[in-house]
Design a binder for this molecule. Structure first.
Ligand code: PEP
Length: 257
């Protein structure tokens, strides 16, 4: 089964509309003339989504837009929140849900993440569903238990048809923004385990089709070896996606067999 690699830039709370414009100008000149055989997604902060849409629309560059979060509710008295429907209006295609920063800083539980996944899918947004263990959990022998709970509870009630729209991002928390990347063995082992969880829940065919990105200090120097792992289908990239040249090199190096 060949799965198309998907590289997604998670800019977190970086780059307002002006910096977004600067980035896109450079990035577009990087990818010009390149036949990138993968999907490329950029997730800027909410305030830059509209600008990004305008910029990409001008040149039809094949880059897809993602949000970094959405509400689990439709509309109403939820100060500071953004609905999935509003994101669709801005031509947003994906939404990152369950990121470890949302889990740890904003206390999002598997139940909340499940409600957000459900709402996103109802509104035709494709979730990039993040899971991953802390160092303490890994060292305490809890890796598989943590991933099982996150996958099972996060995907509760999600149908086979809806699952086809989901990309999973395995992001060991200890590797996010730390400069420490999981070894290819650690990453491959976790990805194969996540795929086996999907097989248990949705069957072998769905498991063979679902894309599982790796995230955690991916950079130009390690994307090639990570993407060569049989169960790694792309990357979710934080720090190294903030610079157009470096994001381009992560993608380019990841596409080399
Ligand atoms: C992330 O925030 O999803 C991430 C993987 O960050 P970084 O690449 O900086 O580790």
């Amino acid at each position: 089964m060949t799965r198309k690699l998907i590289f997604a830039a998670n800019w977190k709370m970086n780059k307002g509309p002006h910096e977004t414009e600067d980035f896109i100008k450079s990035f577009v000149s990087n990818i010009k003339g390149e036949d990138l055989t993968c999907e490329v997604v950029i997730a800027p902060p909410f305030v830059s989504l509209s600008k990004l849409n305008d910029l990409l629309h001008e040149g039809n560059h094949g880059i897809q837009i993602s949000a970094q979060n959405c509400s689990q509710f439709d509309a109403g008295a939820y100060t500071g929140e953004i609905s999935a429907l509003m994101l669709r209006e801005l031509h947003v295609k994906h939404v990152i849900l369950g990121h470890s920063e949302r889990r740890s800083i904003y206390g999002e539980s598997d139940e909340v993440i499940n409600a957000k996944l459900t709402k996103a899918l109802e509104n035709n947004l494709k979730p990039i569903f993040c899971i991953g263990e802390t160092l303490e959990e890994r060292e305490g022998g809890k890796l598989e238990g943590v991933l099982r709970t996150q996958v099972t509870d996060g995907l509760k009630g999600i149908s086979d048809r809806e699952l086809a729209e989901v990309v999973i991002a395995y992001e060991p928390v200890w590797a996010i923004g730390t400069g420490v990347t999981a070894t290819t063995e650690q990453a491959q082992e976790a990805h194969a385990f996540v795929r086996s969880l999907i097989a248990d829940l949705y069957g072998e065919d769905a498991a063979a089709k679902i894309r599982i990105q790796y995230g955690g200090s991916v950079k130009p120097g390690n994307s090639g070896e990570l993407m060569a792992c049989p169960d790694i289908d792309g990357a979710l990239i934080g720090g190294a996606s903030l610079d157009a040249q470096s994001f381009f090199e992560v993608i380019k190096n990841g596409l080399v067999d």
